[in-house]
Design a protein around this ligand. Structure first.
Ligand code: HDL
Ligand code: ZN
Length: 418
């Protein structure tokens, strides 16, 4: 047995393992080529990512949002490039990410490149080759998409029963069912042939279950997902509480798939910024505690948007094995917070969590979101294994490889198979 007995041995072995262990990215907003315009990639999409739009309006508070949205995508990208990269150093996580993508794709002397030349670089790739290149650079073997039957561009694709690239798994996203039942989901389901009314009669509840079941089967969805506000509570005498209890949870149990709750989004606190306009709020974790305790036969994937919720989520994770904690989501996907969250998760949960997802909206973001996180995991895990070494336990490279495989894909696969 070649035990790793020094920090230097640990570091060399760990760095190689982290670089070589393929990843299943369990929550993204990317699509395979069947979904045509929904698959976003290239420099203009990278620069107009809603994270950078929000940052542009800080640098240029004088900008009129309506006028900005009326600009072409290339003009929006040029404005962002000029204000967040040229006139100010791109130090934010989202800006640095764009630089990382270009560097790792092999673009040299980025800071002196003209955007049109960078565009030419990206245009050299046929999209299927580019998908392969991005997955290879990120060392991602599979992603889970966010698939929304209420999206008028996406639904028709699924109804054609497309042959999806096997690297792209589906997740059924059902926000309108829980967040806008009366005004949105109910009339849409009715138009699709489900015999539903706004009042939640037994028949309507049965038809909602049929709708969920049909789409899980159509998509071969690995899980059902929803994003919820910080005010979310359960149990609750409400439309949302009833549909969760009578529809979501029974169907997830029947299909043996997790229910993924992403909690803490304050939708459109600044509507003028559109996708960039959402805020964050601290959630009441009694809601999660009640769900995981009351429904031991259901599996719950949970990620929370508020940093202040993270420690109590770890404690819930210690008490309930049907709760799988995942990712450093959205406003938490920043080195200083990833560091804090991952350390406390390792200390409280050992290796029984999913440390990261990319949330990539633009295909190329897989490259930076995973490169940045893996750099942090190398530092954090080195400390943890070195702490173990100092305590008197020397791991082997095989054991570290096993651990990292579980963090990067095994924990997710095993949770799905539970
Ligand atoms: O609801 C979600 O899945 C969020 O991730 C939103 O899509 C958000 O706009 C986002 O992209 N965060 O990274
Ligand atoms: Zn997301």
């Amino acid at each position: 047995m070649d035990y790793l007995k020094t920090k230097t041995d640990l570091q060399q072995s760990l760095n190689q393992i982290i670089d070589e262990t393929p990843i299943i990215d369990i929550h993204t907003h990317i699509y395979d080529t069947n979904f045509k315009s929904l698959l976003l990639w290239g420099i203009d999409e990278l620069l107009t990512y809603h994270y950078l739009v929000a940052e542009l309006f800080r640098m240029r508070y004088d900008l009129n949002a309506e006028e900005f949205w009326a600009l072409s995508k290339t003009k929006q990208a040029e404005l962002i490039w000029e204000n967040l990269f040229i006139k100010n150093s791109p130090v934010s996580e989202a800006c640095r990410g764009v630089v990382t993508v270009m560097s790792r794709l092999g673009i040299k002397n980025i800071r002196n490149q003209k955007l049109d030349d960078i565009r030419k670089f990206f245009s050299q790739y046929p999209i299927k080759d580019y998908i392969n290149r991005v997955f290879e650079l990120a060392n991602v073997k599979e992603v889970v998409m966010t698939n929304d039957p209420f999206d008028d561009l996406e639904r028709p694709v699924w109804l054609e029963n497309p042959k999806i690239d096997p690297r792209f798994n589906a997740a059924l996203r059902i926000d309108p069912v829980l967040m806008q039942w009366e005004q949105n989901a109910c009339p849409r389901l009715k138009s699709w042939g489900y015999d539903v009314e706004t009042d939640l009669s037994k028949n309507t509840l049965a038809e909602i279950r049929r709708f969920l079941s049909d789409w899980i089967d159509r998509m071969k969805a690995l899980y059902m997902a929803v994003s919820l506000p910080p005010t979310f509570y359960f149990p609750e005498e409400s439309t949302r509480g009833t549909i969760i209890k009578e529809c979501i949870l029974p169907v997830c149990r029947e299909k043996q798939i997790p229910f993924a709750m992403m909690i803490g989004v304050k939708k459109l606190i600044n509507p003028a910024l559109k996708l960039a306009g959402d805020g964050v709020g601290k959630a009441d974790l009694n809601a999660v505690e009640n769900l995981v305790r009351m429904y031991p036969k259901n599996k719950f994937l949970v990620t929370l948007l508020s940093r202040e919720n993270q420690h109590e989520l770890c404690i819930l994770g210690r008490k309930f094995g049907n709760l799988m904690i995942f990712g450093c989501w959205w406003f938490l996907n920043d080195p200083s917070i990833i560091e804090e969250m991952t350390r406390e998760r390792l200390e409280l949960l050992g290796l029984s969590f999913i440390p990261q997802h990319s949330d990539a909206r633009v295909l190329d973001q897989l490259i930076y979101k995973w490169h940045h996180s893996k750099l942090l995991f190398k530092t954090i895990l080195l400390d943890k294994y070195n702490d173990l070494l100092l305590a008197g336990w020397a791991p082997t490279p095989e054991e570290i490889s096993r651990d990292v495989q579980n963090l990067f894909s095994g924990n997710f696969k095993k949770f799905l198979a539970l």
